[in-house]
Design a protein. Structure first.
Length: 100
């Protein structure tokens, strides 16, 4: 029992210093929160908005690239299909409509 008491006295001797250090750290954290919280929130919100704008810019670039590189390549084929439809419907089918 005496050894336990001695050990407890030895370990508890620097306990007030540790408690004081913890209280100082809490005070510093409280000061930072009260004085810098709005700044930190603004900075994080600004970063989030910039990330969203970046995603939107990437999407618009992808759409532009898709339209110019992939869809525009099919334009001659689209013109051929449109011309075939005009020829088939306007000249052939419409001329046969008189027999219906």
């Amino acid at each position: 029992l005496s050894q336990s008491i001695k050990l407890l006295q030895k370990t508890s001797s620097d306990l007030p210093v540790k408690v004081t250090n913890i209280l100082s750290a809490i005070d510093a954290a409280e000061y930072l929160i009260t004085n810098n919280a709005s700044y930190v929130v603004k900075q994080e919100a600004k970063g989030f908005v910039q990330t969203l704008v970046g995603y939107f810019q990437q999407y618009t670039n992808w759409v532009k690239n898709s339209l110019t590189a992939e869809v525009a390549q099919c334009k001659p084929i689209s013109n051929i299909v449109d011309s075939a439809e005009i020829v088939a419907c306007s000249f052939i089918i419409d001329s046969v409509n008189t027999f219906w």
